[in-house]
Design a protein around this ligand. Structure first.
Ligand code: GH3
Ligand code: MG
Ligand code: MG
Ligand code: MG
Length: 313
């Protein structure tokens, strides 16, 4: 009979960095016309290992730097030569991509009226100069944390922590563009659990959910960093294999299929196993995203008809 694998051992083996990206420091953009102020900000923030700072002095660089650097928080000088921080904030907020980035004004204004005005124009907080190092660090980190959390919610599936449907599609598109630019193949797979309705009916929905989480963890564990794993919906998952030939992707996915089928899942009264079927399609054999997705779907359907627990091209 099959050797049961310990689910706990499996879970422990998962690299926690793959998706939570803890190594990715919070990015802080500072715009101030004073080199002295920027130097003191740098001095305060450089002691923090989880912060990465970019400092600029010209307001007209702010939009391109926001795009390029993708900061988690913006420190914005209130009074600049020939330019007002409020105006800069308004321009930033007009841009859909930056409508919720935290903006912290740096100001020597202590008047409440001015501070209220700043908040009304899209400021999230302000720090009064001279700024204490501790206050700067605390404010930056708390705002950046919150913003990262919000951004995560928008791209993550809450049950499994995998990328959600919307983000998965965006990442597939990105992988195809990159594949095209670099002349590299990309494979796209759609996975669907076999007879999953029966799992729910026999063991309950909560146990079904636990199976979905286990598959998510197992996929993350078995795939490379360059690959994308998402939950496409219900009990369907997708994988994007970057720079993988059809043979390579097929071999890896089939090995994952086999490995997963040997994991035992627990319910109140015992253990059981679950399998999945998968369809795989290859770029550039299918050269646009819609064609690639339809081809993978057809292959999945063929895998189901062929008896399930298999991968088809
Ligand atoms: P097949 O092998 O043909 O795919 O059979 P199936 O029963 O897996 O397929 P079907 O599409 O008929 O049913 C999918 C089931 O997956 C329906 C639903 O009960 C279950 N399901 C979908 N989303 C979730 C979820 O988030 N949690 C749980 N526990 N079950 C889910
Ligand atoms: Mg100034
Ligand atoms: Mg399904
Ligand atoms: Mg199914």
């Amino acid at each position: 009979f099959l050797e049961p694998l310990s689910i706990n051992a499996l879970v422990d083996a998962v690299d926690p960095l793959v998706f939570t990206a803890k190594e990715d420091p919070y990015r802080v953009l500072a715009l101030d016309d004073s080199a002295t102020v920027l130097a003191s900000i740098q001095k305060a923030l450089e002691q923090m290992p989880n912060l990465s700072l970019r400092a600029i002095r010209q307001p007209d660089l702010v939009l391109e730097t926001l795009l390029d650097f993708s900061p988690d928080v913006l420190l914005l000088d209130f009074h600049m030569q020939g330019c007002n921080g409020l105006e800069v904030a308004k321009i930033i907020r007009q841009n859909k991509a930056f409508e919720s980035i935290p903006i912290i004004f740096l100001t020597s204004e202590t008047s409440q009226a001015v501070q209220l005005e700043a908040m009304r124009h899209g400021g999230d907080d302000f720090l009064t100069k001279p700024i204490s190092q501790a206050q700067l660090v605390n404010t930056v980190i708390s705002k950046a944390e919150r913003y990262r959390g919000l951004r995560k919610l928008m791209v993550e599936d809450s049950l499994t922590g995998l990328f959600n449907h919307v983000k998965t599609k965006a990442l597939l598109q990105q992988a195809l563009l990159q594949g095209e630019r670099q002349g590299l193949p990309v494979c796209y797979a759609i996975l669907d659990l076999d007879h999953f309705k029966r799992v729910n009916d026999s063991y309950g929905h909560t146990v079904g959910d636990a199976v979905l989480k286990t598959l998510a963890r197992y996929l993350k564990q078995r795939l490379r960093r360059a690959d994308v794993v998402g939950r496409y919906g219900g009990e369907e998952f997708v994988v994007v294999f970057f720079d993988a030939s059809e043979e390579q992707a097929l071999e890896r996915l089939d090995s994952i299929r086999e490995g997963f089928s040997k994991i035992y899942h627990a319910y109140d009264e015992g253990i059981f196993a679950v399998t999945f079927s998968a369809g795989l399609a290859h770029y550039p054999s299918f050269s646009n995203m819609m064609e690639l997705m339809v081809a993978a779907d057809n292959a999945l359907y063929a895998a189901k008809r062929a008896g399930r627990n298999c991968v088809q091209l």
